[in-house]
Design a binder for this molecule. Structure first.
Ligand code: GLV
Ligand code: MN
Ligand code: MN
Length: 426
């Protein structure tokens, strides 16, 4: 089997990426495409069409994951599949390539594989996961739903008063939210999972290396913090008689930042969203809701941060914390890493092994024992989750090619021992 016959098409891939970037496009070049918003729904329909054009059988599960499948012509129909996937939804005012790069490269890989005339060795799937970014609640929703990892009542929870919750968004699409457990699949349906993604950091771009082979993904804790005070008149209430929720929240923000810094460079913590109630010039804030995201490769550091932050909150009257998500870090499969590297070697592409500080749906699969790998491509100056997020078309093309080759190497069980973590230049 001659994998070098598989050739991705740079022009077709670029066109898909540009077209997908138009859904929710903002004047500054970024996008506003939260999960299951109108822009997201339109983008999903467009992408389903592109999948069908590529010969995939497309279906949607009960939590709106889109699943496109290619069956082998004979022999292995219904066998465990090799799946790839990523997400269409985006963070607020984010960039055009987070998630989108992985989907368009996966689609191009599938087209190139079919175009090569090499029969596929097992079913292939391309999955668009619902709400990876956590627009509704905690993130990686679609993949967690697929493997029965949602927290209790999650589809009825939101990040705070007035914000959307998943059950409502599913209803808006004509789905019955009560059916969400029907999206659960058995790990035995999967032979492997691969996700291509932009690195979202500066390492590959700064070194001029086109491919990152991901070794592991950080553990992530997400919490919702609520601080109660007493709303009142901003003109008549003397300062000494106030219980201002926002003043208490400000103390929490700085204390959390200090706590995380104190634990050293291997942990990061962010309070990235805050809602002040009721929110007016002339009302003393009565309640504040905020999100806290903590990440580290070391679970022990997350535990230490959590403990300390709980202690801080206990000392502030009216402060509460609810854990929305606690995800262990994930290790990528060494054999798949080796096959990605083998693909790079054969194509004369340099690569670097690295960890991922960003979360991905690829985190979910190893928790169910499914061998998983990730291919990173560079993003310019490492910028991501902002309108300036950008890639080079050449890098996307290389990434799609490596992805296609790796899918086939996994499928045909060809392979090699994994190599060391050194940068290889060819
Ligand atoms: C996803 O982009 C995340 O890392 O939060
Ligand atoms: Mn993201
Ligand atoms: Mn992403």
């Amino acid at each position: 089997m001659d994998i070098s016959r598989i050739r991705v098409n740079k022009v077709r891939l670029r066109k898909d990426l540009e077209d997908l970037g138009k859904f929710g496009e903002e004047p500054d070049g970024g996008i506003l495409r939260p999960a299951l918003s109108d822009a997201d729904l339109k983008a999903r329909e467009w992408f389903k069409g592109r999948m069908r054009d590529a010969g995939l059988q497309v279906r949607e599960d009960t939590v709106a994951n889109i699943i496109g499948r290619l069956e082998p012509a004979s022999g292995a129909q219904g066998a465990p599949c090799i799946a790839t996937g990523s997400h269409i939804d985006a963070v607020l005012h984010g960039g055009k390539f987070d998630g989108a790069a992985g989907l368009c490269c996966s689609l191009e890989a599938m087209r190139a594989i079919q175009g090569s005339g090499i029969p596929i060795p097992c079913p292939l799937e391309l999955i668009v996961f619902t709400d990876e970014e956590g627009g509704h609640y905690a993130g990686t929703f679609g993949s967690r739903a697929m493997f029965d990892l949602l927290v209790e009542n999650e589809i009825y929870k939101s990040k705070g008063a007035g914000r959307p919750f998943m059950a409502k968004s599913l209803e808006r699409m004509g789905k019955d939210p009560a059916q969400y457990t029907k999206a659960v699949r058995s790990p035995s349906e999967f032979r492997a999972f691969l996700e291509l993604h932009i690195e979202q950091g500066p390492v590959l771009d700064s070194l001029g290396i086109p491919v990152g082979v991901v070794e592991g993904i950080v553990a992530i804790d997400r919490h919702l913090i609520e601080v109660e005070g007493k709303a009142g008149h901003a003109g008549t209430t003397p300062m000494r008689l106030r219980d201002d929720a926002l003043v208490k929240a400000a103390g929490i923000v700085t204390a959390v930042n200090r706590t995380v810094r104190f634990l050293g460079p291997e942990i990061v913590g962010t309070i990235g969203e805050m809602k002040v109630h009721p929110g007016a010039f002339n009302i003393i804030p009565g309640k504040v809701e905020m999100t806290l995201d903590l990440r580290s490769m070391k679970k022990s550091l997350l535990k230490a941060a959590r403990g300390k932050i709980r202690e801080i909150l206990r000392s502030i009257p009216g402060a509460r914390l609810e854990t929305a998500l606690s995800k262990n870090g994930s290790k990528m499969d060494p054999r798949i890493m080796g096959l990605i590297e083998e693909s790079c070697r054969q194509r004369g592409v340099s690569w670097k092994r690295m960890g991922s500080g960003a979360g991905h749906d690829a985190m979910t699969f190893p928790t169910r024992g499914i061998p998983t790998g990730m291919v990173f491509i560079p993003c310019k100056e490492g910028k991501s989750h902002c309108p300036d997020e950008s890639i080079r078309w050449k890098d996307a093309t290389i990434g799609a090619q490596i992805l296609a080759d790796a899918i086939m190497r996994i499928g045909f069980n060809t392979g090699t021992k994994s190599t060391s973590g050194k940068v290889r230049a060819h």
